[in-house]
Ligand binder design. Structure first.
Ligand code: KG4
Ligand code: ZN
Length: 334
């Protein structure tokens, strides 16, 4: 069979990325331009600045990726692009680039849901095995998705309020850590002990999550200690917070594995980089005798390789868009 080269384009948040992937599994070349240093001073991503940076970067990143791959646009078979969800102005830049290339070089245009990309990051390591449970944990999403075959997504639960990554970033901010705070909390936790008592977010019978109560509890605790001129032990607070946040995820993952007769679990999204989550899910998978897949760190956070990988399977499933494709800031994974 002829090799299929998919170009992936990702610009949904603060990373401009272009990749070329062969047959959905082998990365030929990838370039990521991150804006983290620019947004750091604002404590989070500023949408208007993000879109302007994407405009500046997209052509450079695209040319660099082709150069790295020693390929020309003629050799690309299809263009996969994140159409949503994400920051609308940021998404538009990647989408317009993809549409232009699709029109100019007469290549199929494949719309990819950002979360499908995070899920398919796992197929860059090993082929997905079904039925599977995808534990989606990112800055914008916290969801449990069951897949019985390729490109068949059934959401069985999700956050009722904040996403887990968002909660990590807000907790980090209140204890004075720079954006993005998730990795910094993760690091601090390993130096602390669980000494602060925090509420267990959602004790119910669903597959849903809640993080806003936990976030508010940490914020209130910090403000209270500050008002009483008492020093916060950041390491201990990070450890206490992380333990409750990860417990919230693993409790519902355990429930889903046992009730939904799951044999394969994969983790997707930026928070898949979290050490405590990786450890907790590894123990759980061993205990329940299921296969666990966690992407390598470089594929956990936003990148175009995962978009090209998902694009390969979307293409095979016949998901091709025309030039009327629009970006969407919100969209269900389907
Ligand atoms: O998937 P992602 O790159 O962007 C979205 O699609 O949202 O995820 C970014 C999120 C941020 O909230 C960041 O703080 C979090 O992932 N994150 C982590 C870790 N590494 C990244 N959270 C906890 N522990 C980590 N090690
Ligand atoms: Zn993401």
């Amino acid at each position: 069979m002829k090799d299929l080269y998919i170009m992936g384009i990702e610009s949904s948040c603060d990373e401009t990325s272009v990749s070329i992937v062969k047959n959905g599994t082998t990365e030929v070349a990838t370039v990521i331009s991150s804006q983290i240093d620019i947004h750091k001073s604002y404590g989070g991503v500023v949408p208007e600045i993000a879109s302007r940076e994407h405009v500046k970067n997209i052509t450079i990143v695209l040319e660099e990726c082709l150069e790295k791959a020693h390929m020309t646009m003629e050799e690309i078979d299809a263009i996969a692009v994140t159409y949503g969800p994400g920051l609308i102005g940021s998404l538009l830049i990647g989408l317009e680039a993809a549409k232009t290339l699709s029109f100019l070089y007469n290549k199929p245009l494949i719309p990819v849901h950002h979360i499908a990309g995070h899920i398919y990051a796992n197929s860059l390591v090993k082929e997905l095995a079904f039925p599977l449970l995808a534990v989606v944990v990112s800055g914008g999403h916290t969801e449990l998705v069951v897949m019985r075959k390729h490109y068949d997504f059934r959401k069985i639960g999700g956050t009722l309020d904040d996403a887990i990554g968002e909660c990590y970033d807000k907790v980090a901010r209140v204890i004075g850590l720079e954006y993005p705070g998730g990795p910094k909390i993760d690091k601090l936790s390993s130096l602390g002990k669980k000494t602060y008592k925090l509420p267990i977010p959602l004790k119910d019978d669903s597959y849903n999550f809640s993080f806003s109560g936990l976030k508010s509890a940490v914020i209130n605790l910090v403000h209270n200690e500050q008002q009483h001129n008492r020093e916060i032990n950041k390491e201990d607070l990070a450890a206490s917070f992380q333990s409750v946040a990860i417990e919230e995820i693993t409790t519902k993952v355990r429930k889903a594995i046992t009730e939904q007769n799951i044999k394969n679990v994969l983790v997707a999204g930026g928070v898949a980089a979290n050490n405590a989550l990786r450890n907790a899910l590894t123990s759980l998978a061993n205990e329940l005798n299921v296969n666990l897949s966690i992407p390598p760190l470089k594929y956990c956070t936003d990148n175009a390789t995962m978009i090209a990988a998902a694009g390969f399977y979307a293409y095979k499933a016949g998901r091709i868009a025309d030039l009327r494709l629009n970006s969407k800031s919100q969209d269900e994974l389907k």
